[in-house]
Design a protein around this ligand. Structure first.
Ligand SMILES: [Zn+2]
Length: 162
């Protein structure tokens, strides 16, 4: 697990990338990240996700896809968690890149499958880091501890992703 400052710096980085209105919402921050990476980022409900998987990041060749489970109530938290995996660079393992290079084009769907990150409640270091990132990001987005406890803002966020 990365130390706290690494995660905090990653959240900082995302807030520095974002401009204007992007700084005001989670979707705005996601758009800023997509712009920075030069890759579209699509966020939507994933009705096909297995029950134990609350979120998923699929790294397609030309865009990123983030899905949350149909049953997930804390959608913004799930999305923030997945953004954490992206910002913290939790893929790009040499073995995966290599697989893509050696696989024939017709099997690149297999490479995409290998680039898929399924998020469940296992306590792997990367899961813990993404969770810490998501919590910190939402905390900061909501204006710190005072506003974070406001039920009004939470429900507005829920509506935005509802
Ligand atoms: Zn995760």
């Amino acid at each position: 697990m990365a130390d706290t400052s690494t995660v905090a710096r990653a959240v900082d980085r995302l807030f520095r990338i974002a401009e204007g209105d992007e700084l005001r919402s989670l979707t705005g921050l996601a758009e800023a990240l997509a712009r920075y990476r030069g890759r579209p980022l699509v966020i939507h409900e994933g009705p096909d996700l297995p029950d134990r998987i609350f979120g998923q990041w699929v790294r397609h060749p030309d865009y990123d896809e983030v899905k949350y489970g149909r049953w997930v109530h804390a959608r913004e938290r799930t999305i923030a968690h997945e953004l954490g995996h992206i910002v913290l660079g939790h893929v790009g393992k040499p073995a995966i890149e290599l697989a893509r290079e050696v696989l024939p084009p017709e099997r690149h769907d297999l490479a995409a499958l290998m680039l898929q990150r399924d998020c469940d409640d296992t306590k792997s270091p990367e899961e813990a880091d993404a969770e810490a990132f998501g919590n910190l990001l939402l905390h900061r987005l909501n204006g710190g501890s005072r506003i974070n406890r406001s039920p009004g803002l939470r429900s507005r966020l829920d509506e935005a992703f509802g």
